[in-house]
Design a protein around this ligand. Sequence first.
Ligand code: FPP
Length: 278
Amino acid sequence: MSRTLPRTLQVAAPGTLGSMTPEESRLLDKLDLTRLPRHIAVIMDGNGRWAQRRHLPRVAGHSSGTKSARITIETCARLKIEALTLYAFSVENWRRPKAEIDFLMQLLRDYLRKEMPLIQKNDIRLRFLGRLEELPDGVQRDVREAAEKTAGNQGMTLCVALNYGGRAEIVDAINSILAERNGSHERLTEERLSKYLYTDGLPDPDLLIRTSGEMRVSNFLLWQIAYAEIFVTETLWPDFNRARLLEALLEFQKRERRYGGIREGETSSEKPARVAVQ
Ligand code: FPP
């Protein structure tokens, strides 16, 4: 099955990224701004190791990671990426020490308050993906308010995955469908299930970035990343910056995307040089 994605994306204007280092300019020059991913998902990993290497408490890595989040969000918004999803807290992260969980929750609340001007300036719409009803009351209130305040924005959608699990999301979707059935025997299709996922209305991620070198998906967007290109970098999340993001985008543009089909221009009557890979 071949799939062509509609390009609804406006092309970012040159100079959009403001002042740049020579390395960033060199990378940006190589980038084809008409072929950027529509949706980028990021597993922000390595905060603890970053802190450990500096003999700092783990939470210092999380604090430092907010700077990488900021630069990634602003750069993607300015490049007119349609959606960016950041994995901030998984359903498994409740297994961490309470002090670290409390710190992460407070960090998110502070972040939303502090970064709201940047979010509004860049016309970003905020969405939160996950079992939000299980979060502490104050966090629930803040994320609801942040989503409401930015609901009318027209730029990039920034999704923060919070108390998120890919399997939990699929189970929640199926339970919602069962609850709505009312005796109907409508068949379940991929399209119908997609409408009940937290990401309803968003394109599937084209690019999944994972920092800190781990080759795992970690229960992130299991349904949605079916055909995402995966980019794993050894860089720890607090060291992830604009140059590293541009490198990930360049790598994405080198990939040949076939969605289980065969290469463009290649016909099945030709002797296959290699069998189409799923
Ligand atoms: C993984 O590193 C990171 C997290 C569980 C939290 C991610 C949160 C932030 C970066 C805070 C900023 C983000 C937003 C959206 C406010 P780890 O602790 O698992 O690192 P390790 O694998 O080296 O231990």
